[in-house]
Design a protein around this ligand. Structure first.
Ligand code: GH3
Ligand code: MG
Ligand code: MG
Ligand code: MG
Ligand code: MG
Length: 316
């Protein structure tokens, strides 16, 4: 042989002692680690236990034959692929066909020349490496995709759901509420006089203020199904499943109280020394005609009314 091969763990399954001894001696000589099994059952056991790199599989064995063993091995590694090379004294086309059909990757006729054996092992190793690279690549791709998915649904400034995710969630909750015949509440809220905040304190402080408001909104979502998101700019949305009108009003009062107590200073607000919110609330038990757009439109109208009647209030 020329260059020393990368050491492999090779499982030989063959009922004939002489064959195993000869193969083992040859594989040993070039540095491979050899596992020997004299039956299908034991071969399968060693396969499961040691996960060899390659299997050399006799076809004719008492009890279960090599075809059966190969199929069992394939079934024992879902998503995986260990190269299996059949060894047989039968060299008819049909024998070879059956070997490959039962899950073998190659088929050698006994007695096998050492050089052919090493060449075939090398080919299998190359395929296994290629497959490994592909599997790694697809895992990396999946991770990158998951990261992208996450990025595309989170608002970068506040860490809340963004508009895209909110719309999707609202649609889900709408469908669920319709199926279960339960009330769904949507709250849109908007920071009062936030342009003045930016003008007086600067955009960096403005950003920090929005993060603080976002955090408070998140904290007011006490039930697991409630969710808060940034609808855009200084506007936020809250989706409150299974919440009737009365519950929504209670929620709004608690939210306004939380904002009031946290007393985030506003440097230039006609509504007072600290940040205030205006909100629009809509509650419905959805039917066939209810849509996400319709809900948003109604909450928006209520928000507009809260703004135009003096701000720092929630309307429904
Ligand atoms: P109103 O009480 O009617 O809501 O008045 P307003 O000034 O809050 O409303 P307007 O829509 O006129 O202005 C919203 C401001 O919010 C303008 C914009 O500069 C600011 N804003 C939007 N997004 C961001 C952001 O991400 N960071 C900061 N710092 N400011 C933002
Ligand atoms: Mg045999
Ligand atoms: Mg606004
Ligand atoms: Mg506005
Ligand atoms: Mg505003």
């Amino acid at each position: 042989m020329h260059a020393a091969p990368t050491p492999l763990t090779i499982l030989i399954v063959d009922d004939q002692n002489a064959t195993r001894v000869a193969l083992t001696a040859e594989l040993d000589r070039v540095g491979h680690r050899v596992l020997e099994a004299d039956s299908a059952e034991w071969g399968l056991e060693l396969f499961r236990r040691y996960r060899p790199d390659v299997v050399l599989m006799d076809v004719e064995m008492p009890g279960h034959d090599g075809y059966w063993t190969a199929r069992e091995m394939r079934a024992a590694e879902p998503g995986g692929w260990t190269p299996i090379i059949f060894l047989s004294q039968f060299k008819q086309d049909l024998d070879i066909w059956k070997g490959i059909e039962s899950g073998g990757d190659d088929y050698l006729v006994k007695p096998v020349s050492p050089m052919i054996l090493h060449a075939k092992l090398r080919a299998m190793q190359r395929l296994a490496q290629m497959r490994h690279r592909l599997v790694t690549m697809s895992e990396e791709l999946r991770a990158a995709n998951a990261q992208l998915e996450e990025l595309s649904s989170v608002d970068a400034l506040t860490g809340l759901m963004n508009r895209r995710a909110l719309d999707a969630r609202l649609q889900q909750e709408l469908d669920l509420a319709r199926r279960e015949n339960k009330p769904l509440t949507l709250v849109l809220c908007d920071v009062d006089h936030f342009k003045r905040y930016n003008d007086a304190a600067g955009h960096v402080a403005g950003d920090a203020c929005l993060r603080r408001v976002a955090q408070l909104l998140k904290e007011t979502c006490r039930r697991p199904a409630d969710c808060a998101g940034r609808y855009g700019g200084e506007e936020f949305a809250l989706i409150l499943p299974n919440t009737p009108r009365s519950g929504a009003m209670t929620y709004a009062r608690a939210l306004m109280r939380t904002i009031e107590l946290s007393a985030i200073p506003h440097p230039d607000s006609p509504t007072g020394p600290s940040i205030t919110l205006s909100g629009g609330i809509t509650t419905c038990v959805p039917d066939e005609s209810t849509s996400v757009e319709g809900l948003i439109m109604r909450a928006d109208e209520a928000l507009y009314n809260a703004k135009s009647t003096g701000r720092n209030r929630f309307f429904s």
